[in-house]
Design a protein around this ligand. Structure first.
Ligand SMILES: NC(=O)c1ccc[n+]([C@@H]2O[C@H](COP(=O)([O-])OP(=O)(O)OC[C@H]3O[C@@H](n4cnc5c(N)ncnc54)[C@H](OP(=O)(O)O)[C@@H]3O)[C@@H](O)[C@H]2O)c1
Length: 199
């Protein structure tokens, strides 16, 4: 199978690469050091990526930014980071990408624990996650040609604990193995419109 992986060089992207490398020909995408250059905040860039890549059997996105700041200090411009990247970036990958995916292929997007288990400074990220979850659930009933769509919602990863651990007090970090399996289930399984929650 041909798998287009956006955010492939990141922490979660690397886990998905490792998990799927045996059965998939993985085409990596991102802003730097990838097979295909793409910025998911740009509609033109997403269109160009799909033109360059041709047909694929699965699209997996593990890219998406959000600004973390105290709610009372958050500016609309800072909030827009998550809107443009984590929310609309992921939604646009789907609405511009359906024709690029073969019959019965799949989209897998990435949300996160913050929409279900809030921490301070994370309202903007939670907003984007919740929007993506609602989009996935709703888009699934209209997908043509047997296409499937799911999202994976990770908690903080063990490998990210050094970076984010001080923010996620009391959270049990998830192993890379569990994260990889959740993406595998979305890519290789039969379910659609689902969230695979690794917490
Ligand atoms: N790590 C965790 O513990 C954790 C837990 C729950 C949820 N999540 C969510 O999972 C997602 C990925 O997290 P991560 O830790 O893997 O992040 P990461 O290590 O920073 O990786 C993100 C990847 O996405 C690419 N990217 C970023 N912005 C992009 C853009 N506008 N267009 C195209 N590619 C872009 C980056 O590469 P370039 O800079 O080269 O583009 C990078 O390869 C995020 O949405 C995060 O909120 C992470």
């Amino acid at each position: 199978m041909k798998l287009l992986l956006i955010g492939a060089n990141g922490t979660i992207g690397s886990i998905v690469r490792e998990e799927m490398k045996k059965e998939a020909e993985i085409i990596t995408a991102g802003r730097h050091h990838a097979d295909i250059s793409v910025d998911i905040t740009s509609i033109e860039s997403i269109k160009q990526m799909y033109k360059d890549v041709g047909k694929v059997d699965a699209v997996v996105n593990t890219a998406g930014a959000a600004h973390f700041a105290p709610l009372q200090k958050m500016t609309p411009e800072q909030n827009q980071v998550a809107v443009n990247s984590k929310l609309l970036g992921q939604v646009n990958l789907v609405i511009l990408g359906m024709d690029a995916v073969t019959d019965n292929g799949s989209f897998t997007l990435t949300t996160g624990v913050l929409m279900d288990d809030p921490i301070k400074q994370a309202a903007s990220a939670a907003m984007a996650n919740g929007g993506v979850r609602a989009f996935v659930q709703s888009a699934a009933i209209e997908m043509p040609r047997g296409l499937r769509i799911n999202h994976v919602s990770p908690t903080m990863l063990e490998v990210s604990a050094e970076k984010y651990g001080s923010l996620f007090q009391g959270f049990e970090p998830a192993s890379s193995e569990r994260i990889g399996l959740a993406y595998r289930k979305s890519i290789m399984g039969a379910q659609t419109g689902k969230g695979f929650y690794v917490y």
